[in-house]
Write a protein that binds this ligand. Structure first.
Ligand SMILES: Cc1cc2nc3c(=O)[nH]c(=O)nc-3n(C[C@H](O)[C@H](O)[C@H](O)COP(=O)(O)O)c2cc1C
Length: 328
């Protein structure tokens, strides 16, 4: 049977199929089911920067003279009062005690402010790695692209100063030079980059003429955009890449590995098919490898990336002449 082990989060993983952060990964029992189903790693539901920030604010206003010190937590081991944060740390410790599958904590962040100090609490609770879900919606006309990009580097720098566990980032595609930005981010000390986070998008109901909540789950057709960028970016990034969005089957997961991803992160398919879908995906990946004569993921990972195939195939943006002329 083919070996489907891989590396992501700076860790050895038994499978390239990772349970992505979602409400499915916010409860110990579900996390254990995902681990038993064969997930390579589990990214816990994100804790929000704002939750941490409120917790810290009170303490920081009392200790303002210490708060710019990066060693702050060495001097001042603040008391966690907020129940949500305590629960989060308990969840990490609880699932770590019950499974050997790597457990990755996650923080949703939109600034590089004081919350970064909390990262050490996550490390102390036993998380194997930390994923930062980073996103600034580029809708503020008073901010330049440079202002927005600075947030990424500042945040990574500050978090890396306070923890020793590997730190990875999950990013969007909203950059004016995505390839250049991913290359620079991959050199910033992070252990991996996940492309791309899927954010809530509103819809419009034409009957009530109001803005409504769009479907939060992806469909199996949503994978093409991240696939294209995996193909382009895998040869550019100096750290490992994982892909997320629209990966609902082993077949799609294999496409991402051929394009150069080290792993895939899945969420929607866990809601529609349950945790056992991971076991099925692992088996089907391994069966395909056996059929093709591959013994390890490294035998075919990136074999269809832009750096090993034609640049044109990955970078074509306009519809080809053929599609333009064909009557559908
Ligand atoms: C209900 C739900 C909650 C999610 N919550 C988070 C979250 O807290 N943090 C995060 O980084 N991503 C979150 N995500 C995004 C997923 O981790 C994943 O990257 C995204 O849904 C794309 O993968 P998919 O197409 O397999 O769903 C959430 C997704 C869903 C569907």
């Amino acid at each position: 049977m083919a070996n489907i082990s891989t590396r992501f989060f700076g860790l050895d993983l038994k499978s390239p199929v990772i349970a992505a952060s979602s409400s499915m990964t916010g409860h110990a029992e579900q996390v254990i089911k995902l681990a038993e189903a064969g997930a390579g790693a589990i990214v816990l539901k994100s804790i929000f920067e704002e939750e941490i920030y409120h917790e810290l604010q009170e303490e920081l206003s009392l200790r303002s003279e210490m708060y710019s010190d990066p060693e702050y937590l060495d001097y001042f081991d603040y008391v966690i009062k907020d129940e949500n944060i305590r629960k989060y740390l308990r969840l990490i410790a609880d699932v770590k005690a019950r499974t050997a599958v790597p457990i990755v904590a996650s923080i949703n962040c939109v600034s590089s402010s004081d919350w970064v100090l909390f990262a050490r609490k996550i490390e102390e609770a036993g998380a194997d790695a930390l994923e930062l879900n980073m996103f600034i919606c580029p809708s503020d006309v008073s901010k330049t692209g440079e202002n927005n990009e600075q947030f990424y580097f500042e945040t990574i720098h500050k978090v890396l100063q306070v923890v020793k566990i590997p730190v990875t980032i999950k990013i969007s595609h909203y950059f004016s030079n995505l390839a250049g930005m991913v290359q620079k981010l991959s050199q910033s000390g992070v252990a991996g980059i996940t492309i791309f986070n899927r954010f809530y998008n509103p819809d419009i109901d034409i009957q009530t003429q109001s803005v409504v909540v769009a479907d939060v789950l992806s469909t199996p057709n949503d994978f093409l955009m991240p696939l294209k960028w995996t193909g382009i970016l895998s040869g550019i990034s100096v750290c490992e890449l994982a892909a997320t969005t629209g990966i609902h089957s082993a077949e799609t997961a294999l496409k991402f590995i051929l394009a150069g991803a080290s792993a895939v992160q899945v969420a929607s398919v866990l809601y529609t098919n349950g945790p056992s879908v991971i076991k099925k995906m692992n088996l089907e990946i391994s069966d395909w490898m056996d059929q093709k004569g591959f013994q390890a993921l490294a035998d075919f990972k990136g074999s269809l990336s832009q750096s090993t195939t034609s640049a044109q195939a990955w970078e074509r943006v306009q519809f080809m002449k053929y599609f333009g002329e064909k009557a559908f």
